[in-house]
Design a protein around this ligand. Structure first.
Ligand code: DX5
Ligand code: ZN
Length: 221
């Protein structure tokens, strides 16, 4: 299994978005993570399609979109057209989860489901064949810069077991509080894709920060 680092532009200096993304990519970042928040599903407001379009012009790396919004399906077509490569939403935010996962694939995106710290892993059983990605939230979503919740490690292990049992090749992404100190624990539990906001864009040298995150996994490999 190889490590994929997905820096979150939530923590980037948006006045220097191009430069910040180029720095992260120079350090080896595979995906660029975009946190979409609507002020309802989470208490914060962030980005919509314009930033996805802007990023598409800045980098060739896949844009990994994480929707923390009610009714994510309303944005499916617009985000696909804007250039989103991954469309991940929370099951509590909509009724017809399976339908929207399928629709994301039909639009040419990878279909992802995000589990909040309080959302049971059992949710995956019903839709495992419809998933290209599972996102384990290791903080309660809404803000960058929070601390990794220790219980996330066991949850990653249980998600890994569900995916392996089903013969799924879905990515297992972890999001929230990922730093050089916490990444190895999540990697050891079976995660392969790591969102990092503060740890990358809060660092003086984002390229070096991305390299350091990957190195911490390699030590365990
Ligand atoms: C939290 C977001 C995260 C956030 C992570 O609601 O989903 O993607 O950007 O930020 P850090 O890495 O600072 O915890
Ligand atoms: Zn996120």
């Amino acid at each position: 299994m190889s490590v994929r680092i997905a820096p979150s532009v939530l923590s980037a200096d948006l006045g220097r978005l191009r430069e910040q993304v180029e720095q992260a990519v120079a350090g080896g970042a595979e995906w660029i993570h975009v946190d979409v928040m609507d002020g309802h599903f989470v208490p914060n407001l962030t980005f919509g399609a314009p930033i996805i379009r802007a990023l598409r012009r800045v980098t060739d790396q896949p844009i990994d979109v994480h929707l923390m919004v009610q009714h994510p399906e309303h944005y499916l077509a617009e985000f696909a057209d804007a250039g989103a490569a991954v469309f991940t939403f929370h099951p509590e935010a909509t009724v017809h989860v399976q339908r929207h996962l399928t629709a994301a694939r039909e639009r040419g995106m990878l279909a992802g489901l995000a589990l909040n710290p309080g959302t049971p892993v059992a949710y995956l059983d019903e839709v495992v064949d419809d998933l290209d990605l599972v996102l384990v939230m290791s903080v309660n979503p809404g803000y960058g810069g929070q601390s990794y919740l220790a219980a996330s490690t066991d949850k990653i292990r249980r998600v890994r077991a569900v995916l392996d049992r089903a013969g799924s090749r879905a990515a297992l992404e972890v999001d929230g509080g990922i730093t050089a100190e916490t990444i190895a624990e999540a990697w050891g539990a079976g995660a392969d894709t790591f969102v990092a906001g503060t740890a990358v864009f809060g660092a003086a040298d984002p390229a070096r920060a991305v390299r350091e995150l990957r190195r911490r996994c390699a030590v365990l490999a």
